[in-house]
Design a binder for this molecule. Structure first.
Ligand code: GLN
Length: 336
Protein backbone atom coordinates (compact mmCIF):
# COMPACT_ATOMS: atom_id res chain seq x y z
CA UNK A 1 0.00 0.00 0.00
CA UNK A 2 1.16 3.54 -0.77
CA UNK A 3 1.64 5.17 2.63
CA UNK A 4 1.72 8.64 1.05
CA UNK A 5 4.75 9.87 2.97
CA UNK A 6 6.50 11.66 0.10
CA UNK A 7 6.78 15.26 1.15
CA UNK A 8 6.08 14.63 4.83
CA UNK A 9 8.73 16.54 6.79
CA UNK A 10 11.33 14.16 8.23
CA UNK A 11 12.54 15.06 11.71
CA UNK A 12 16.09 13.92 12.45
CA UNK A 13 16.10 11.06 14.97
CA UNK A 14 16.97 11.88 18.57
CA UNK A 15 16.46 9.97 21.82
CA UNK A 16 13.40 12.00 22.77
CA UNK A 17 10.12 13.30 21.38
CA UNK A 18 9.73 16.95 20.35
CA UNK A 19 8.08 19.28 22.93
CA UNK A 20 4.46 18.43 23.82
CA UNK A 21 2.94 21.35 21.88
CA UNK A 22 4.77 20.24 18.73
CA UNK A 23 3.55 16.66 19.20
CA UNK A 24 -0.04 17.90 19.53
CA UNK A 25 0.27 19.94 16.31
CA UNK A 26 1.85 17.06 14.39
CA UNK A 27 -0.89 14.64 15.50
CA UNK A 28 -3.42 17.14 14.08
CA UNK A 29 -1.41 17.33 10.84
CA UNK A 30 -1.14 13.53 10.54
CA UNK A 31 -4.89 13.24 11.14
CA UNK A 32 -5.75 15.81 8.45
CA UNK A 33 -3.31 14.18 6.04
CA UNK A 34 -4.81 10.68 6.49
CA UNK A 35 -8.40 12.01 6.46
CA UNK A 36 -8.06 12.72 2.73
CA UNK A 37 -7.73 9.00 2.03
CA UNK A 38 -10.94 7.12 1.29
CA UNK A 39 -9.47 3.83 0.00
CA UNK A 40 -10.09 0.43 1.52
CA UNK A 41 -13.16 -1.44 2.68
CA UNK A 42 -14.63 -2.39 6.04
CA UNK A 43 -14.20 -6.08 6.99
CA UNK A 44 -17.39 -8.07 6.50
CA UNK A 45 -16.29 -11.72 6.88
CA UNK A 46 -17.36 -11.33 10.53
CA UNK A 47 -20.94 -10.11 9.89
CA UNK A 48 -21.08 -7.83 12.96
CA UNK A 49 -18.07 -5.84 11.72
CA UNK A 50 -19.75 -4.90 8.44
CA UNK A 51 -21.86 -2.22 10.15
CA UNK A 52 -18.82 -0.18 11.31
CA UNK A 53 -18.86 3.49 10.30
CA UNK A 54 -16.32 3.82 7.44
CA UNK A 55 -15.81 7.50 8.31
CA UNK A 56 -14.87 6.90 11.95
CA UNK A 57 -11.29 7.99 12.53
CA UNK A 58 -9.38 8.53 15.73
CA UNK A 59 -5.68 9.02 16.37
CA UNK A 60 -4.04 8.89 19.80
CA UNK A 61 -0.43 9.25 20.92
CA UNK A 62 0.46 8.62 24.56
CA UNK A 63 3.95 9.38 25.72
CA UNK A 64 5.80 7.20 28.22
CA UNK A 65 5.53 10.10 30.67
CA UNK A 66 1.72 9.98 30.28
CA UNK A 67 1.36 12.98 27.92
CA UNK A 68 -1.65 12.59 25.60
CA UNK A 69 -2.08 13.96 22.05
CA UNK A 70 -5.32 13.03 20.33
CA UNK A 71 -7.57 13.85 17.42
CA UNK A 72 -10.95 12.62 16.20
CA UNK A 73 -12.96 9.62 17.38
CA UNK A 74 -10.58 8.38 20.06
CA UNK A 75 -13.40 7.37 22.42
CA UNK A 76 -15.40 5.36 19.90
CA UNK A 77 -15.28 1.70 20.87
CA UNK A 78 -14.60 -1.23 18.57
CA UNK A 79 -13.38 -4.82 18.98
CA UNK A 80 -9.65 -5.21 19.48
CA UNK A 81 -9.46 -8.27 17.15
CA UNK A 82 -5.92 -9.28 16.20
CA UNK A 83 -4.29 -6.54 18.25
CA UNK A 84 -5.04 -8.79 21.22
CA UNK A 85 -2.52 -11.28 19.77
CA UNK A 86 0.49 -9.12 20.66
CA UNK A 87 -0.63 -8.57 24.23
CA UNK A 88 -1.68 -12.19 24.88
CA UNK A 89 1.74 -13.24 23.56
CA UNK A 90 3.29 -10.86 26.11
CA UNK A 91 1.13 -12.34 28.89
CA UNK A 92 2.19 -15.88 27.89
CA UNK A 93 5.88 -14.92 27.94
CA UNK A 94 5.38 -13.22 31.29
CA UNK A 95 3.74 -16.37 32.69
CA UNK A 96 6.11 -19.04 31.37
CA UNK A 97 9.10 -17.32 29.72
CA UNK A 98 9.60 -17.11 25.99
CA UNK A 99 11.30 -20.50 25.46
CA UNK A 100 8.06 -22.45 25.25
CA UNK A 101 6.43 -19.88 22.97
CA UNK A 102 9.51 -19.89 20.76
CA UNK A 103 9.52 -23.68 20.49
CA UNK A 104 5.80 -24.17 19.89
CA UNK A 105 4.71 -20.96 18.14
CA UNK A 106 7.85 -19.49 16.54
CA UNK A 107 8.74 -15.93 15.49
CA UNK A 108 9.18 -16.03 11.72
CA UNK A 109 6.88 -14.29 9.25
CA UNK A 110 4.70 -16.73 7.32
CA UNK A 111 4.54 -14.42 4.29
CA UNK A 112 0.91 -15.44 3.92
CA UNK A 113 -2.47 -14.07 4.96
CA UNK A 114 -3.35 -13.93 8.67
CA UNK A 115 -5.91 -16.74 8.40
CA UNK A 116 -3.93 -18.96 6.04
CA UNK A 117 -4.36 -22.72 6.39
CA UNK A 118 -1.84 -23.34 3.62
CA UNK A 119 0.89 -21.65 5.72
CA UNK A 120 0.50 -24.36 8.36
CA UNK A 121 0.72 -27.17 5.82
CA UNK A 122 3.70 -25.61 4.05
CA UNK A 123 5.56 -25.48 7.36
CA UNK A 124 4.93 -29.03 8.60
CA UNK A 125 2.23 -27.96 11.02
CA UNK A 126 4.21 -25.06 12.47
CA UNK A 127 2.05 -22.02 13.26
CA UNK A 128 5.06 -19.74 12.45
CA UNK A 129 4.39 -16.73 14.72
CA UNK A 130 1.91 -15.42 17.32
CA UNK A 131 0.60 -12.60 15.07
CA UNK A 132 -1.28 -14.85 12.61
CA UNK A 133 -4.38 -16.79 13.60
CA UNK A 134 -2.61 -20.17 13.81
CA UNK A 135 0.09 -18.84 16.13
CA UNK A 136 -2.39 -16.81 18.15
CA UNK A 137 -4.57 -19.86 18.75
CA UNK A 138 -1.48 -21.83 19.82
CA UNK A 139 -0.44 -18.92 22.07
CA UNK A 140 -3.83 -18.70 23.76
CA UNK A 141 -3.77 -22.48 24.29
CA UNK A 142 -0.38 -22.25 26.05
CA UNK A 143 -1.50 -19.71 28.67
CA UNK A 144 -1.26 -21.82 31.82
CA UNK A 145 -4.65 -22.34 33.49
CA UNK A 146 -6.69 -25.13 35.06
CA UNK A 147 -9.42 -24.82 32.44
CA UNK A 148 -10.78 -22.62 29.66
CA UNK A 149 -12.72 -20.38 32.08
CA UNK A 150 -9.58 -19.63 34.07
CA UNK A 151 -7.58 -19.10 30.85
CA UNK A 152 -10.13 -16.51 29.72
CA UNK A 153 -10.07 -14.81 33.09
CA UNK A 154 -6.23 -14.55 33.04
CA UNK A 155 -6.27 -13.11 29.50
CA UNK A 156 -9.13 -10.70 30.25
CA UNK A 157 -7.39 -9.48 33.39
CA UNK A 158 -4.02 -9.12 31.66
CA UNK A 159 -5.34 -7.17 28.66
CA UNK A 160 -7.26 -4.93 31.08
CA UNK A 161 -4.04 -4.19 32.97
CA UNK A 162 -2.37 -3.20 29.71
CA UNK A 163 -5.27 -0.81 29.03
CA UNK A 164 -5.48 0.46 32.61
CA UNK A 165 -9.22 -0.22 32.89
CA UNK A 166 -11.47 -3.27 32.94
CA UNK A 167 -12.29 -4.14 29.34
CA UNK A 168 -15.60 -5.78 28.40
CA UNK A 169 -16.62 -8.10 25.57
CA UNK A 170 -18.74 -6.88 22.67
CA UNK A 171 -21.31 -9.68 22.91
CA UNK A 172 -22.71 -9.03 19.42
CA UNK A 173 -19.25 -9.35 17.82
CA UNK A 174 -18.45 -12.42 19.95
CA UNK A 175 -21.71 -14.14 18.89
CA UNK A 176 -21.30 -13.13 15.27
CA UNK A 177 -17.74 -14.46 15.06
CA UNK A 178 -18.63 -17.61 17.01
CA UNK A 179 -21.34 -18.42 14.47
CA UNK A 180 -19.04 -17.91 11.48
CA UNK A 181 -15.45 -18.76 12.47
CA UNK A 182 -15.29 -22.15 10.80
CA UNK A 183 -11.84 -21.34 9.47
CA UNK A 184 -10.40 -20.71 12.94
CA UNK A 185 -12.04 -23.95 14.11
CA UNK A 186 -10.33 -25.74 11.22
CA UNK A 187 -6.96 -24.13 12.03
CA UNK A 188 -7.24 -25.19 15.68
CA UNK A 189 -8.13 -28.75 14.62
CA UNK A 190 -5.19 -28.84 12.22
CA UNK A 191 -2.80 -27.61 14.92
CA UNK A 192 -4.21 -30.27 17.26
CA UNK A 193 -3.46 -32.93 14.65
CA UNK A 194 0.14 -31.71 14.59
CA UNK A 195 0.37 -31.71 18.40
CA UNK A 196 0.82 -27.93 18.51
CA UNK A 197 -2.38 -27.47 20.52
CA UNK A 198 -2.91 -29.79 23.45
CA UNK A 199 -6.04 -28.20 24.92
CA UNK A 200 -9.55 -28.81 23.58
CA UNK A 201 -9.47 -26.97 20.19
CA UNK A 202 -13.08 -25.75 20.40
CA UNK A 203 -12.41 -24.22 23.83
CA UNK A 204 -9.23 -22.59 22.55
CA UNK A 205 -11.16 -21.01 19.65
CA UNK A 206 -13.79 -19.80 22.10
CA UNK A 207 -11.25 -18.06 24.39
CA UNK A 208 -9.48 -16.59 21.33
CA UNK A 209 -12.80 -15.29 19.95
CA UNK A 210 -13.57 -13.65 23.30
CA UNK A 211 -10.16 -11.98 23.45
CA UNK A 212 -10.70 -10.65 19.89
CA UNK A 213 -14.15 -9.29 20.89
CA UNK A 214 -12.90 -7.10 23.74
CA UNK A 215 -14.03 -3.50 23.30
CA UNK A 216 -11.36 -0.81 23.19
CA UNK A 217 -11.02 2.70 21.80
CA UNK A 218 -7.98 4.36 20.24
CA UNK A 219 -7.09 5.90 23.61
CA UNK A 220 -7.05 2.45 25.29
CA UNK A 221 -4.88 1.05 22.50
CA UNK A 222 -2.44 3.94 22.81
CA UNK A 223 -2.13 3.23 26.56
CA UNK A 224 -1.53 -0.46 25.78
CA UNK A 225 1.12 0.45 23.20
CA UNK A 226 2.68 3.00 25.55
CA UNK A 227 2.99 0.22 28.16
CA UNK A 228 5.19 -1.71 25.72
CA UNK A 229 7.07 1.51 24.87
CA UNK A 230 7.65 2.02 28.58
CA UNK A 231 9.34 -1.37 29.11
CA UNK A 232 6.18 -3.02 30.44
CA UNK A 233 5.00 -0.33 32.87
CA UNK A 234 1.61 1.24 32.18
CA UNK A 235 2.40 4.98 32.10
CA UNK A 236 -1.12 5.91 33.24
CA UNK A 237 -1.62 3.51 36.17
CA UNK A 238 2.09 3.18 37.01
CA UNK A 239 1.64 -0.61 37.35
CA UNK A 240 4.14 -3.03 35.84
CA UNK A 241 2.25 -5.39 33.51
CA UNK A 242 5.19 -7.35 32.06
CA UNK A 243 8.97 -7.27 32.45
CA UNK A 244 11.17 -5.13 30.22
CA UNK A 245 12.50 -8.31 28.56
CA UNK A 246 8.99 -9.46 27.69
CA UNK A 247 8.11 -6.02 26.29
CA UNK A 248 11.26 -6.15 24.14
CA UNK A 249 10.49 -9.67 22.84
CA UNK A 250 6.90 -8.69 22.05
CA UNK A 251 8.07 -5.69 20.03
CA UNK A 252 10.42 -7.91 18.02
CA UNK A 253 7.55 -10.24 17.14
CA UNK A 254 5.33 -7.29 16.20
CA UNK A 255 8.08 -5.86 14.01
CA UNK A 256 8.47 -9.15 12.13
CA UNK A 257 4.79 -10.00 11.60
CA UNK A 258 2.42 -7.40 13.13
CA UNK A 259 1.07 -6.27 9.75
CA UNK A 260 0.92 -9.80 8.36
CA UNK A 261 2.38 -10.25 4.90
CA UNK A 262 2.97 -6.48 4.63
CA UNK A 263 5.22 -6.37 7.70
CA UNK A 264 8.42 -5.92 5.69
CA UNK A 265 7.09 -2.92 3.79
CA UNK A 266 5.73 -1.46 7.01
CA UNK A 267 9.05 -1.79 8.80
CA UNK A 268 10.85 -0.34 5.79
CA UNK A 269 8.58 2.70 5.46
CA UNK A 270 7.60 3.34 9.09
CA UNK A 271 10.29 1.63 11.14
CA UNK A 272 8.07 0.85 14.14
CA UNK A 273 6.73 -2.40 15.61
CA UNK A 274 2.98 -2.42 14.93
CA UNK A 275 -0.10 -4.59 15.18
CA UNK A 276 -3.35 -4.30 13.29
CA UNK A 277 -6.85 -5.69 13.78
CA UNK A 278 -9.66 -6.25 11.26
CA UNK A 279 -12.06 -3.92 13.09
CA UNK A 280 -9.76 -1.05 12.02
CA UNK A 281 -7.46 -0.63 15.01
CA UNK A 282 -3.71 -0.21 14.58
CA UNK A 283 -1.11 0.18 17.33
CA UNK A 284 2.53 1.13 16.92
CA UNK A 285 5.26 1.44 19.49
CA UNK A 286 8.12 3.93 19.57
CA UNK A 287 10.30 2.28 22.25
CA UNK A 288 11.15 4.59 25.14
CA UNK A 289 9.00 7.33 23.63
CA UNK A 290 5.31 6.67 23.00
CA UNK A 291 2.45 4.42 21.97
CA UNK A 292 0.47 5.34 18.87
CA UNK A 293 -3.02 4.05 18.08
CA UNK A 294 -5.42 4.69 15.24
CA UNK A 295 -8.96 3.60 14.56
CA UNK A 296 -10.30 3.73 11.01
CA UNK A 297 -12.32 0.73 9.76
CA UNK A 298 -11.57 0.69 5.99
CA UNK A 299 -8.79 -1.89 5.43
CA UNK A 300 -6.31 -2.65 2.65
CA UNK A 301 -6.08 -6.09 1.04
CA UNK A 302 -3.91 -7.50 3.87
CA UNK A 303 -6.45 -6.40 6.52
CA UNK A 304 -4.64 -3.30 7.83
CA UNK A 305 -6.38 0.05 8.44
CA UNK A 306 -5.64 2.40 5.53
CA UNK A 307 -5.93 5.70 7.41
CA UNK A 308 -4.25 4.15 10.45
CA UNK A 309 -1.19 3.22 8.41
CA UNK A 310 -1.00 6.59 6.66
CA UNK A 311 -1.37 8.60 9.89
CA UNK A 312 1.25 6.47 11.66
CA UNK A 313 3.67 6.69 8.73
CA UNK A 314 3.27 10.48 8.87
CA UNK A 315 3.96 10.57 12.60
CA UNK A 316 6.97 8.27 12.34
CA UNK A 317 8.61 10.75 9.97
CA UNK A 318 7.42 13.99 11.51
CA UNK A 319 8.26 12.93 15.09
CA UNK A 320 11.53 11.20 14.11
CA UNK A 321 10.44 7.78 15.44
CA UNK A 322 11.92 5.28 12.95
CA UNK A 323 13.88 2.85 15.14
CA UNK A 324 16.47 2.32 12.39
CA UNK A 325 17.39 6.00 12.14
CA UNK A 326 20.48 6.62 14.26
CA UNK A 327 20.69 9.80 16.25
CA UNK A 328 23.88 11.59 15.21
CA UNK A 329 26.42 11.46 18.02
CA UNK A 330 28.88 14.31 18.53
CA UNK A 331 31.65 13.21 16.23
CA UNK A 332 35.39 13.55 16.84
CA UNK A 333 35.51 14.76 13.25
CA UNK A 334 33.30 17.74 14.09
CA UNK A 335 35.43 18.54 17.11
CA UNK A 336 38.53 19.06 15.01
N1 GLN B 1 -6.82 -9.91 11.57
C1 GLN B 1 -7.68 -9.96 12.54
O1 GLN B 1 -7.92 -8.98 13.23
C2 GLN B 1 -8.43 -11.25 12.66
C3 GLN B 1 -9.11 -11.45 13.99
C4 GLN B 1 -10.36 -12.26 13.89
N2 GLN B 1 -10.90 -12.46 15.21
C5 GLN B 1 -10.10 -13.60 13.22
O2 GLN B 1 -9.72 -14.52 13.89
O3 GLN B 1 -10.27 -13.73 12.03
Amino acid sequence: MDLDVTGVPQLAATGTLPPAATCTDLVADAYAHALRHREGSVADYIPALASADPDAFGLSVIEVDGGVHERGDTRQRFSIQSISKAFVYALLCEAVGHEQALAVVGVNNSGLAFNSVVAIELNDGHPMNPMVNAGALATTALVPAADAAERWSIIHDGLSRFAGRELSVDEAVYRSETQTNHRNAAIAQLLTSYGRIREDPAEVVDVYTRQCSLLVDAHDLAVMAATLADGGVNPVTGARVVTADVARDTLAVMAASGLYENSGEWLFEVGLPGKSGVAGGLVSVAPGKAGIAAYAPPLDAAGNSVRGQIATAYLSRALGLNIFASAPSPSWKDAR
